[in-house]
Design a protein around this ligand. Structure first.
Ligand code: HEM
Length: 429
């Protein structure tokens, strides 16, 4: 099921139809859905009956129990409302410069004439962007220190076969058992130390100073619930950790795939070099279609049975729309295996419920517009400044890494000639 190609799930879909029950080592029973109309019913269903927080429980030891990812019902809505404003429209324009600068720092560090892997560079880039946009850090030693600590915590989880580690963490945490657990716990402590110290430092600045800042960190410290209560330090920490983790590994992986696809498609590459926003947007969307970063999302049925088309799903069962297979439906995406950004350019772009790299409904990814904008800006900047080509004739193999579907070799590329400096001067090779 977690192999590089979804042939097994696809075979099940062809044999059993658009709603299929599976049983695996990790789940006693869950139902996969492959049909846009049924996915629409699911995404529009009530949040307290269809619980995404419960489906995300495995992330608890990493992001914390008070993370928006783990909450359901009214608590989820309250946290989501607190986090949403900076991720919308005009407010996001403030992040454009941080995104471009972060791309420049990475491009400046790339070798010329030697193969190198793009994924680690994209991870530093996207993490730096989150830390500036969400936390209000400027590049420098404090930002670098936190970035190093976050990567040290994420790396063991972002390896192949780490799903087993993630699944085992809730059982291991607190038992003082294997070395693996100790290593994860101490890496997490190293991040927490910095976050809690920064929470204390900012609280000490007072409300007036905080309200003058426009980062999400300060907004979380100022937020009050209906009873006038503030978020506790632990709640603020859990949301910061959520944004750090949900916001960077995913976007970095999406970007690495985007470059892999563009560099293997001469027609797309040459048109993308013109750097028209509408076309680059379509490139990013098509990349997220053909290489979705997250393979599926989940909703656990509670309280009463949920009617899904002609089926009745009992409480306790998780329903999983398969993003990976939905994006390969030939009836929605003719010649679905081909990388064709034009699909997203015409009058009739794919339906909201057939293109779901960011999930949907009440739980749709909070950073979707942020991620799409960041991917477009980074793509444009790299095309402008660096002459990259793929190091291998084949596209990278897809590898499942606990949560994401990542390129196995991280997308190896070569920069042919010297880069154009960020001020526009050609630096030569
Ligand atoms: C290409 C990049 C990204 C991808 C593919 C992605 C994908 C997803 C998916 C599939 C979900 C679950 C949606 C559902 O259950 O229906 C999600 C949730 C979430 N994402 Fe993203 N994401 C990306 C970038 C970001 C960024 C940049 C941020 C923040 C800065 C972010 C923050 C979140 C949060 C907070 C949630 C939880 C929303 C909730 O439960 O209400 N993500 N994301």
């Amino acid at each position: 099921m977690l192999g590089s190609s979804p042939w097994f799930i696809d075979a099940c879909r062809r044999r059993f139809g658009d709603v299929v029950t599976f049983r695996t080592l990790f789940d006693d029973r869950f139902v996969m859905v492959f049909d846009p109309a049924l996915v629409k019913e699911l995404f529009q269903g009530p949040g307290e009956q269809l619980r995404a927080g419960e489906a995300n429980a495995m992330l608890g030891p990493v992001v914390g129990q008070r993370s928006v990812l783990l909450l359901d019902g009214s608590e989820h809505l309250r946290h989501r409302r607190l986090l949403l404003p900076p991720f919308h429209g005009a407010r996001m324009q403030a992040f454009v410069e941080a995104m471009r600068r972060s791309a420049d720092l990475e491009i400046d560090s790339w070798p010329v004439g030697e193969p190198f892997s793009l994924l680690p560079s994209m991870q530093s880039l996207t993490l730096r962007v989150i830390m500036q946009a969400v936390f209000g850090y400027e590049p420098g030693p404090a930002e670098e220190d936190l970035r190093r600590r976050v990567r040290a915590m994420v790396e063991p989880l972002a390896r192949p076969r780490s799903l087993a580690l993630l699944a085992a963490l809730p059982m291991l945490i607190g038992r003082g058992e294997p070395a693996l657990n100790d290593r994860f716990a101490s890496a997490r402590r190293a991040v927490d130390e910095v976050l809690f110290a920064e929470i204390a430092r900012r609280r000490s600045l007072g409300d007036e100073a905080l309200s003058e800042r426009d980062d999400v960190f300060s907004a979380l410290l100022l937020a009050r619930d209906d009873d006038g209560e503030r978020l506790s330090d632990q709640e603020v920490r859990d949301e910061l950790m959520t944004l750090l983790l949900a916001g960077h590994e995913t976007t970095a992986t999406g970007l690495a795939w985007c470059f892999d696809l563009v560099l293997h498609s001469p027609a797309v590459h040459s048109r993308a070099l013109r750097r028209e926003d509408a076309y680059l947007d379509a490139v990013v969307k098509e990349a997220l279609r053909i290489r979705p970063v997250i393979p599926a999302v989940g909703r656990v049925v509670r309280e009463r049975p949920f009617r899904l088309g002609e089926y009745v799903i009992p409480p306790g069962i998780e329903i999983n729309p398969s993003i990976r297979l939905m994006h390969r439906r030939e009836d929605v995406y003719p010649d679905a295996g081909a990388f064709r950004p034009e699909r997203f350019l015409g009058e009739d772009p794919p339906d909201t419920y057939a293109w779901i790299p960011f999930g949907g409904g009440l739980r749709r990814c909070l950073g979707a517009s942020f991620a799409l904008m960041e991917m477009r800006i980074v793509l444009a900047r790299v095309l402008e400044r660096a002459a990259l080509r793929a190091a291998h004739p084949e596209l990278a193999k897809v590898q499942f890494r606990a949560i994401t579907l990542a390129p196995r070799d991280g997308v190896v590329v070569v920069q042919d000639r010297g880069f154009v400096s960020s001020s526009g001067e050609d630096v030569g090779s």
